[in-house]
Ligand binder design. Structure first.
Ligand code: SAJ
Length: 423
């Protein structure tokens, strides 16, 4: 029976997931530690930016299927979708999962299903089951009772792309890793309520590793492209032309170099594999280090451009640098772990007042990044008119098709190859 579903963690994944269960006319209790988030949702509004989500939340709350609260309540199924960040030592921080588990433990009842969605190191779901068994000795769990357990437990990662979350939650295949076959069955029944993709059953650890492998695969391939870009720069080769030619091979698909890897996924998840297999995860660790070193390499490129411009007679302290784009990837307004922002802030802190920001996805710069480093936001045309050096950091649509006319004394550093082919 899946009449009442509780989603613990109402962020980028939990809230869309809650609205999709609500759209299937299930009573959904959204649980979040933030009363601001809870109050926003109960007003039928949203606290994150994601296309279509505001309409879904308004409909779900308006129809009485979705209600948010800060305290867990009994339900037939619980989905844990809380953050799993890294500590400063690049270790997985599982404290949010532990808090979420402790919040639902008192309301668990025989026959309930608990699904962990948060991206987690391999073995986390079994730890979760162990913790629940410790605090609820009156209930039996899969590690003790196998298929006859009172509580069913599974791991089910999400693989949605920010900006397309609602569509991909419905359309993408889901990997379902139950701790026992009956745990998997229960989890498949839950996701079949809205998933139109395939629900593929596997072992719980395989499901945990699948998510990490997907993102590590992408991070390693981006690192290859970034390393290639630094090699080609040294050897006077246009890396964009090179990649275009190499990708004409029917079985080669080199990804795009950039100014680094941002977001709360690729920059984080591979470290979960490294943490559990430090000796074996050599390539995965190296790829992370290559991608994390790219922003500094871009700053060095800017330093070379400053020397070039000052050599043409412009006093160094008058040299103006325009950073085009500061979000973590194109056409979104998300700054999480953004290498472009890291570069802009590094330059601004070193060149007080001489760094311009062109960021079409923000009307005004968020205060947490504006005051400290004296960055001035303006339009692309204004920046082109004033800047001696233009650094294209993010391939926003606003930049992609129209390469601005630069004069012979201006220097362009295009870290995304956006204007390689523009007219
Ligand atoms: N990037 C490059 N070159 C590329 C592709 C990406 O430099 O060729 C950079 C982007 O600029 C960005 C970063 O990598 O800074 C990550 O971009 P992304 O396109 O991988 O997107 P994310 O991180 O928002 O989403 C990823 C997706 N994972 C995969 O594509 C394997 C998404 O499906 C996951 O659900 C998401 O991580 C997640 O939540 O884990």
């Amino acid at each position: 029976m899946l009449n009442k579903i509780s989603i613990v963690g109402l962020g980028y994944i939990g809230l869309p997931t809650a609205t999709l269960f609500a759209s299937r006319k299930r009573r959904v209790i959204g649980v979040d530690v933030s009363s601001r988030v809870v109050d926003t949702i109960n007003r039928g509004e949203i606290h994150i930016v994601e296309p279509e989500l505001d309409i879904l939340v308004q409909a779900a709350v308006g129809a009485g299927y979705l209600r948010a609260t800060t305290r867990a309540e009994p339900a037939d199924a619980f989905v844990i979708a809380v953050p799993t960040p890294l500590t400063d030592e690049r270790k997985p921080d599982l404290s949010y999962i532990d808090s979420a588990i402790m919040s639902i433990a008192p309301v668990l009842a025989k026959g309930n299903l608990v699904v962990l969605e948060s991206t987690s190191p391999v073995g986390t779901t079994e730890l979760l089951a162990k913790r629940l068994a410790e605090v609820r000795p009156d209930l039996s769990f899969p590690q003790q009772a196998g298929d006859a357990s009172d509580i069913r437990i599974a791991y089910c990662p999400e693989r949605v792309l920010p900006g397309r979350i609602v569509h991909e939650l419905v359309a993408n295949d889901r990997v379902i890793g139950g701790m026992t076959p009956r745990c998997s069955e229960a989890a498949v029944a839950l996701y079949r309520l809205f998933v139109q993709g395939n629900c593929i059953v596997t072992q719980v650890r395989t499901a945990e590793m699948c998510k990490l492998a997907e993102n590590s695969f992408r991070d390693v391939n981006i690192a290859f492209a970034n390393e290639l870009s630094m090699i080609c720069d040294k050897q006077g080769i246009n890396v964009w032309e090179l990649i275009g030619l190499a990708n004409r091979h029917p079985r080669v698909d080199i990804l795009e170099p950039g100014c680094g890897v941002g977001g709360h996924c690729l920059a984080v998840d591979p470290w979960f594999i490294v943490d559990r297999a430090p000796e074996e995860a050599k390539l995965i660790r190296t790829a992370r280090n290559v991608n994390d070193a790219k922003p500094n390499w871009i700053v060095q490129q800017v330093d070379q451009a400053i020397a070039e411009v000052s050599g043409s007679g412009v006093p160094v302290d008058e040299i103006c640098i325009a950073c085009l784009g500061i979000t973590y990837k194109a056409d979104i307004d998300d700054l999480r772990e953004s290498p472009a922002l890291q570069i802009a802030q590094t330059l601004a802190l070193r060149r007080q007042g001489k760094v311009l920001i062109v960021e079409p996805n923000f009307q005004t710069l968020p205060e947490e990044i504006d005051g400290a480093a004296q960055m001035t936001q303006m339009t692309l045309d204004e920046a082109v008119a004033q800047a001696h050096i233009l650094v294209l950091l993010v391939g926003h649509a606003e930049f992609r098709d129209v390469k601005p006319e630069l004069n012979s004394r201006q220097v362009l550093i295009d870290t995304r190859g956006v204007w390689k082919g523009a007219k």
